[in-house]
Design a protein around this ligand. Structure first.
Ligand SMILES: [Mn+2]
Length: 281
C-alpha cells in the first residue's frame, strides 16, 4: 500500500517498490517460500491539509483504510500468509478491519516504537499515523471506520516510554493497555518477552504490525520518524520479529514506515529484506 497520506512528509509511498526492487519476492522464493505478488494499490502521496488541521487528509486516509481492508479480506481465506508492505501506520486500521470481519476475536501485536495514542482532540500535528491505537480503542475520528477492539485484544511491544506525552499517558492508564516497553527488553530476554506478549493474546488469529521505527535509528535509520538512541537495537528487534513470525495464529504481517528517501544507496532496504526473509523462514 504505497501511501504517505497519513503521515507528515513524502517517502513512504516508495517503500513497496523499493522492497520489491531489493528482491523481497525473489529472495523469499529462493529461501523456499512460494510468493504471489498481488501488486500495489493506488499511490496516495503526502500532502498537507489546510482544511482539517487536527486530522490531516482524513478523507484520503479513509479511502486507504477501506482499500486495504477490501484487498486483504479475500487473502485471509487462502492458505498463505498475507504480507502487506506500507505505507504509513494507518494501513494497519484497514488490515485489522479485514481480520475482525473474518475473526471477530482477532488480536493485534503492535510492534512499534510508539503507542500512537494521540487523538484528534489531543494532537498538535493532526498526523493520523500517530493515532492508530487510539482509533482501535474507540477514541479516533469516525471517518476512518476503524474497528474498535477490546483492550485485551491488543499487545503493544517496543515503544519508548520517553516519547509519551501526558494525554497519551492518561489514555494508556485508563484503558489498561498491555505494553512491553523497549526499556524492559534486553538481548537476553527478548525472545522470552516476545513469546509472552504473543501468548497473552490467546489462541486466536493475530495481526502482526511491524513499524521499522521500533529499531533504534542509530542502528537502522530507515524509519520515516526517527528514534535516535531510543527503542530496540537492531539485533534485538529482529530476534523479536523472528519470534513473532514463528508464533501460532499469525494471520497477516504489516510492515510500515519504511522511507526509502532515508536510504539513498539502498543498503538499509536491502538489509530489511534480509531481516524479513529470515523472520519468515
Ligand atoms: Mn511508530
Amino acid at each position: 500500500m504505497p501511501s504517505s497520506a497519513g503521515t507528515h512528509g513524502p517517502g513512504q509511498e516508495k517503500a513497496p517498490a523499493a522492497l520489491r526492487a531489493a528482491g523481497l519476492v525473489d529472495r523469499l522464493e529462493a529461501a523456499g517460500i512460494p510468493v504471489t505478488d498481488h501488486g500495489d494499490l493506488p499511490v496516495e502521496p503526502f500532502r498537507a491539509d489546510r482544511e482539517r488541521r487536527n486530522r490531516q487528509n482524513v478523507d484520503r486516509v479513509a479511502a486507504v483504510v477501506r482499500s486495504v481492508s477490501v484487498a486483504l479480506r479475500p487473502l485471509l481465506d487462502a492458505p498463505a500468509l498475507p504480507v502487506l508492505i506500507g505505507g504509513d501506520c494507518t494501513i494497519t486500521l484497514g488490515a485489522m478491519a479485514a481480520l475482525v470481519d473474518k475473526w471477530p476475536d482477532a488480536g493485534l501485536l503492535y510492534f512499534d516504537g510508539d503507542l500512537d495514542l494521540s487523538t484528534p482532540d489531543s494532537t498538535v500535528s493532526g498526523v493520523l499515523d500517530t493515532m492508530v491505537l487510539a482509533h482501535l480503542l474507540g477514541e479516533g475520528t469516525p471517518e476512518l471506520e476503524a474497528p474498535v477492539l477490546a483492550v485485551d485484544r491488543i499487545e503493544a511491544f517496543g515503544h519508548d516510554p520517553r516519547e509519551l506525552g501526558p494525554a497519551s499517558r492518561e489514555r494508556l492508564a485508563r484503558h489498561g493497555l498491555r505494553t512491553t516497553a523497549c526499556t524492559e527488553v534486553t538481548e537476553a530476554n527478548a525472545r522470552e518477552l516476545a513469546a509472552r506478549a504473543w501468548t497473552r493474546l490467546g489462541s486466536g488469529q493475530v495481526l502482526l504490525h511491524f513499524d521499522v521505527d521500533v529499531v533504534d535509528s542509530v542502528d537502522f535509520p530507515l524509519a520515516n520518524f526517527p528514534h535516535f538512541n531510543e527503542c530496540l537495537p537492531e539485533r534485538v528487534a529482529m530476534d523479536c520479529l523472528a519470534e513473532f513470525c514463528s508464533s501460532p495464529g499469525l494471520a497477516a504481517l504489516v510492515v510500515t514506515e519504511v522511507n526509502p528517501d532515508r536510504d539513498p544507496d539502498g543498503v538499509l532496504v536491502d538489509r530489511l529484506v534480509g531481516h524479513l526473509v529470515n523472520a519468515l523462514t
